[in-house]
Write a protein that binds this ligand. Sequence first.
Ligand code: UDX
Length: 432
Amino acid sequence: MKIAVVGTGYVGLVTGACFADMGNEVICVDIDKDKIKKLENGIIPIYEPGIEEMVMRNKHAKRLSFTTELKEAIKKCQIIFVCVGTPPKESGEADLSYVENVARVIAEVMDSYKVIVEKSTVPVETGQQVAKTIRNYNVHKVEFDVVSNPEFLREGSAISDFMHPDRIVVGCETEKAKEIMRELYEPLHAPIIFTDIKSAEIIKHASNSFLATKISFINSIANICELSGADVEKVAEGMGYDKRIGRHFLNAGVGYGGSCFPKDVDAFVGIAGKMGYDFKLLKATQEVNNQQKKRFVRKIEKSLWIIKGKTIGILGLAFKPNTDDMRSAPSIDIIKELQNEGAKIKAYDPEAMEKAKEVLKDVEYCTSPYEAAKDADALVIVTDWNEFKELDFKKIKVLMRHFLIVDGRNIYDPQKVKGEGFNYISIGRKDV
Ligand code: UDX
């Protein structure tokens, strides 16, 4: 099938490359000329394991191309995926101007039946707005369908999540659109849930919000464990065997970040409020998450006594491992708070350093975890990159000024670290 994918960010690029890999002819469109030029030359503007190889393979097979010409792409393709950004406005609401603009151009250009697929995470009832916009600007009065097909891609495992989804959600209103989407996704042999458009949009918000709530729940349990002397890792293990709960997303830490959870939870609270429902549960999810970062800084302060003048080595800046994405990364608030208290910050991240430099100033960016540990009064784990899990503690000990490790992701065994001669502080577990 011929597919246009509008927007080549984390979602659009993965979506386009994967559809091409499934044998479709895909045109990826972006207004950013520089980004398109890089993509045409095989330079991938995001870090996502496997994406570079997949893009190159499909470019060479002439199944995947890149352009800034949106109108051309619309004319050539029957299916148009809208994967443009829906960044949060000051109010927390999603900015849908990019979505509206694409809908308007599609309406002005299309001269044959089209399926316009909304993949960007959008508030419920956006599908209606897109359909209304297209109707209003439908110059050639051609038939079209709007479909909601939310993405459930996790950064760092987006290709695997696309190719092996737990489920595909398709919100549409006609049999014609349903059959086209069924044919498109058939090669994945995954469960496809067909719903109305609004339900599909709610499934996305509800899924993300539930996952965020699960994280804030285990972080609250961790805080209770700290007060009671229990071990949150054991509690999570014991809870996780219950199939109704599940062990995934029960990892206590410094809290969630990323381009989705914070934004989606804010937007969902706003959408519900506009409808007249006060989403208290989600407000609590947000509050726990915000407090978790503050609690973590207090934990560092308690173990150092005075932060002012101290050197703190930070390991991990990205909002999660296997990505370079710094959007709403917990490291941002944590480092800024430590700097406000007068700490000197040295930091290392395997992938996110360049993007971190845009948001975190007055930081000494290091080339390895060992350089970040050199002369540090505390070594602080903020992102659970695998490469931090096997550090050479003997080498670390020689480098540090003070033997303190503060682990915001519980990646170490407390007794092992203690045995190496460190004071070890973590989340929801006894200090050693
Ligand atoms: C999320 C959803 O998982 C995905 O389905 C949706 O399409 C997009 O948003 P993503 O934000 O890429 O994906 O990463 P995810 O792996 O969900 O982690 C989000 C944040 O939660 C990260 O900061 C991570 O560190 C944190 N997290 C995750 C926890 O703190 N504890 C956990 O147990 C799991």
